[in-house]
Design a protein around this ligand. Structure first.
Ligand SMILES: [Fe+2]
Ligand SMILES: [Fe+2]
Length: 137
């Protein structure tokens, strides 16, 4: 993988982190139950940290962070739908980071190190959201 391909791959991750950040910030305010709202807010902050780490890697390699995000799907207006969407976003992130870690391989050790760290956090996020989803009647 050359630098240009790595920047493209990092920007793909960056765009998904924007989406997760925006969905979680909005949902945290819409949720009326305290516990899932607080967890969603805290995880939204994690996703913004991921944006910062990825932007740092992109700029260091001569690229610019892409701010083009897709249409947002918040998972509807009820808690169950929102948590289901949030679990789906985390699952999608886990799969994408696994794939990207494999694609970059030995080409860039710093990138792989950061992506591995993010992957661990996405797995934890999914677990947190799943635990809240199980409690929704
Ligand atoms: Fe993330
Ligand atoms: Fe996450």
């Amino acid at each position: 993988m050359n630098a240009e391909e790595i920047i493209r791959l990092l920007n793909d991750d960056f765009v998904h982190e924007i989406e997760a950040t925006m969905v979680y910030v909005r949902n945290a305010f819409v949720m009326t139950e305290c516990d899932p709202s607080r967890v969603t807010e805290a995880i939204g902050v994690d996703e913004m940290r991921h944006m910062n780490w990825l932007a740092d890697l992109i700029v260091k390699r001569g690229g610019k962070p892409s701010m083009e995000h897709h249409t947002l799907d918040f998972g509807g207006d009820d808690l169950r739908g929102q948590l289901q969407m949030q679990v789906a976003l985390e699952t999608e992130a886990v799969e994408r980071y696994k794939k990207h870690i494999e694609m970059v391989g030995d080409a860039d050790k710093e990138v792989v190190g950061v992506l591995r760290h993010i992957l661990d956090e996405e797995k934890r996020h999914r677990k947190e959201f799943r635990m809240r989803l199980e409690k929704v009647i």
